[in-house]
Ligand binder design. Structure first.
Ligand code: PMP
Length: 410
């Protein structure tokens, strides 16, 4: 049964009509249908590291199982995990978070969901700069909030500016979401840019900021990725930092994320956690401790490999007429402007009007799958992942070049 069919049944609550199926699962369905028909695909849609979880992390989980760490833990995580998170936050932000100012959940995603559940009343507004990670708007609407999508452009590196922020704030604004490094653009906010945004927040004391820092360790700059709380420590009570082990340590399936912020928010989230899942998986928590506290050589190696693949994908895309890739500063995606191809036609005469038309043409003619910009609130673009082998990236670039070479003007 599809989600829209399920919505027709009397069983589902009204709020379910405010949620959409995630664009990635729609694309996954399309890919499966293609594969079922025996047609090969090259999925540039991958949203997780293709590396395996480091051995010492797996070993820690196995040891935890043998040591009987297989019971419920406290809803805010084991003491060992809270300590490891505190230490990581201190290293990154220079801020010392107390035990009550940390919460732990089944992935960063769950913590963002719970943060909105805990704070949004009907009609409260959340400022979401576009392009945005696909889940933010739905997480806001399902809890009765109103996403205020603020378009950003290439001229500001697809980043929110102080003036855009100022213009978007109303009496109902509860949150602004900042995601750095950004999914899908790879943009990283500099400390100066964060300070500029913080000035606006100082003038608007009821607005909090949700900083999704899940990609902060996959960083291609010489400097570490700055955190909002480092740029504006005086706003710490209004900053909710969200992070996790999924992307940094190739642990997407282990489902451990964490948040740090005001004691009121963290307590509310932990209370919701205790009434929903009780606690995150005990075994995964033990693994996350090993990841955060253990040898970081894995991360350094992964970043070096990502950097090579990034260069390969960016230069490949850049050489294709009509595409303008943005060089990502972090994460593992290349955001590409393809708006110049609008108005072209395929050999069969079908017109390319949108990024969705282009993605379909590319899939049909070379089996390469990208996620269209409209999924991120920014049409005329697509996102291509480089969490794939160099050979696959080369094959994908050749496929894209072939598909686009088939397009004709007029
Ligand atoms: N935030 C962003 C921007 C993401 O891209 C993702 C994963 N796709 C998440 C949060 C969720 O991460 P986790 O696996 O920790 O739930």
């Amino acid at each position: 049964m599809t989600f829209s069919e399920a919505l027709q049944t009397p069983l589902l609550a009204e709020r379910m009509s405010r949620v959409k199926e995630s664009p990635s699962s729609r694309v996954a369905d399309r890919v499966r249908a293609f594969q079922a028909a025996g047609r090969p695909v090259i999925p540039l849609t991958i949203g997780e590291p293709d590396f395996d979880t480091p051995e010492h992390v797996k070993d820690a989980a196995i040891q935890a199982i043998h040591a009987g760490e297989t019971k419920y833990t406290s809803a805010d995580g084991t003491p060992a995990l809270r300590e490891a998170i505190k230490a990581r936050l201190l290293r990154k932000t220079g801020q010392s978070y107390g035990a009550g100012e940390i919460c732990v959940g089944g992935g960063a995603k769950q913590l963002i969901f719970l943060a909105f559940l805990a704070t949004l009343d009907e009609g409260d507004e959340v400022i979401i700069p576009a392009p945005y990670w696909v889940s933010y708007p739905d997480m806001v609407t399902v809890h009765g909030g109103r996403p205020v999508v603020v378009a950003t452009t290439a001229s500001t590196g697809y980043k929110l500016t102080p003036s855009l922020l100022r213009e978007s704030i109303t009496d109902r604004t509860k949150w602004v979401v900042l995601n750095s490094p950004n999914n899908p653009t790879g943009a990283v906010y500099s400390e100066a840019e964060l300070r500029g945004l913080a000035d606006v927040l100082r003038a608007n004391p009821r607005v909090s900021v949700l900083c999704d820092e899940i990609y902060d360790a996959i960083n291609f700059r010489a400097q570490p990725v700055p955190s909002t709380v480092t740029a504006a420590p005086d706003l710490r009570e209004r900053i909710f930092l969200v992070n996790g082990v999924s992307k940094t340590y190739a642990m997407t399936g282990w489902r451990i994320g964490y948040g740090a912020g005001s004691a009121a928010l963290c307590t509310a989230i932990t209370t919701l956690q205790s009434q929903s899942s009780s606690c995150p998986s005990s075994v995964s928590q033990a693994a996350a401790v090993a990841a955060l506290d253990g040898d970081q050589e894995f991360v350094e190696r992964a970043v070096r490999i990502y950097a090579e693949r990034r260069d390969l994908l960016v230069s490949g895309l850049d050489a294709i007429e009509g595409l303008r890739p943005v060089i990502p500063q972090g994460g593992f995606y290349v955001w590409t402007d393809c708006s110049a191809l609008a108005g072209t036609a395929t050999p069969s005469g079908a017109r390319i009007e949108s990024d969705a038309d282009l993605a379909e043409h590319i899939l049909e003619t070379s089996g390469v799958v990208v996620i269209t910009g409209d999924s991120y609130g920014c049409p005329g673009h697509f996102r291509a992942s480089f969490a794939l082998s160099a050979d696959t990236i080369r094959e994908a670039v050749a496929g894209l070049a072939h598909s686009i070479s088939l397009l004709r003007r007029g």
